[in-house]
Design a protein around this ligand. Structure first.
Ligand code: 4G0
Length: 240
């Protein structure tokens, strides 16, 4: 997976040079290429922005500069994503779909904004990471790169993907490690029993319980056995 990031602030992407994303880059499972839009200014002062036609506060990034930055990385099969609070909300399904792509070009806007003509010309998909406004699209671009990279073959073990929150549509069960007693609280007995059938059943119940209390709307969209439905009905009675 290749990520090309068009940004005025390439230095903001240092966090991606850590941990799992660093290893994925070293193994060439992903390739993160940072393009400074300013490098495509043809102005003697490297200017990239100008005042909006029709008046108003702030500055806008010029379309010609963004277009030259885009032309330096574009490919036949690339998908261009504009990170914006006006985009469709990112979720795990969308993340999985994006991980099937070969080449993503991420366009980061700033408080100033970008001339609409180049957005209309080059952008395929407008994506938001949530309903709030940030000073720039860089953090959303990092969120997208991190979440998508996890699904790229070889970045995570198959086990960590299949066991995580949302992969089965509900939340995770709680986990425990040593010490067996912490602050007078014991690790749940069943986990020490070595009885794997009981452990799986307990974990499934805890997942359902967690989901019932924290994200009950998720339970509407998943198939449950009659036994699991009964378990949920009991939780409802306890709540009343
Ligand atoms: C484009 C994304 C980019 C338009 C970007 C702001 C939040 C998100 C930006 C604007 C961003 C998000 C219209 C304010 C840069 N903030 N939620 N800021 N407008 O994904």
């Amino acid at each position: 997976m290749k990520f090309d990031v068009l940004t005025l602030f390439p230095e903001m992407f240092e966090p991606l040079k850590q941990s799992i994303i660093k290893r994925a880059s070293e193994k060439e499972l992903i390739n993160i290429n940072l393009i400074n839009i300013r490098d495509f200014s043809q102005d003697k002062h490297n200017k990239v922005d100008d005042t909006p036609y029709g008046g108003g506060a702030g500055m806008l990034i010029r379309p010609d500069v963004v277009d030259r930055a885009y032309n330096s990385v574009k490919s036949e099969n690339a998908k261009v994503i504009y990170l914006s609070p006006q985009g469709k909300k990112l979720n795990q399904k969308k993340v999985k779909e994006l991980s099937m792509e070969d080449h993503l070009i991420l366009l980061c806007g700033h408080y100033e904004g970008i001339d609409q003509r180049v957005i209309d010309k080059i952008v395929d998909d407008e994506i938001s990471i949530g309903d709030y406004v940030l000073t720039g699209g860089e953090i959303p671009a990092m969120v997208l790169i991190d979440s998508v990279s996890r699904y790229v073959e070889g970045v995570l073990s198959k086990d960590s993907i299949s066991e995580e929150s949302f992969s089965n549509g509900i939340l995770e069960y709680p986990q425990y490690t040593r010490p067996e007693i912490f602050d007078n609280v014991r690790v749940p007995e069943v986990l020490i029993s070595g009885h794997h059938k009981n452990i799986n059943k307990w974990r499934r119940q805890k997942s359902l319980e967690n989901t019932f209390y924290k994200r009950p709307e998720l339970l509407e969209n998943i198939a449950l056995t009659d036994e699991e439905k009964g378990y949920i009905e009991n939780l409802k009675k306890e709540v009343q």
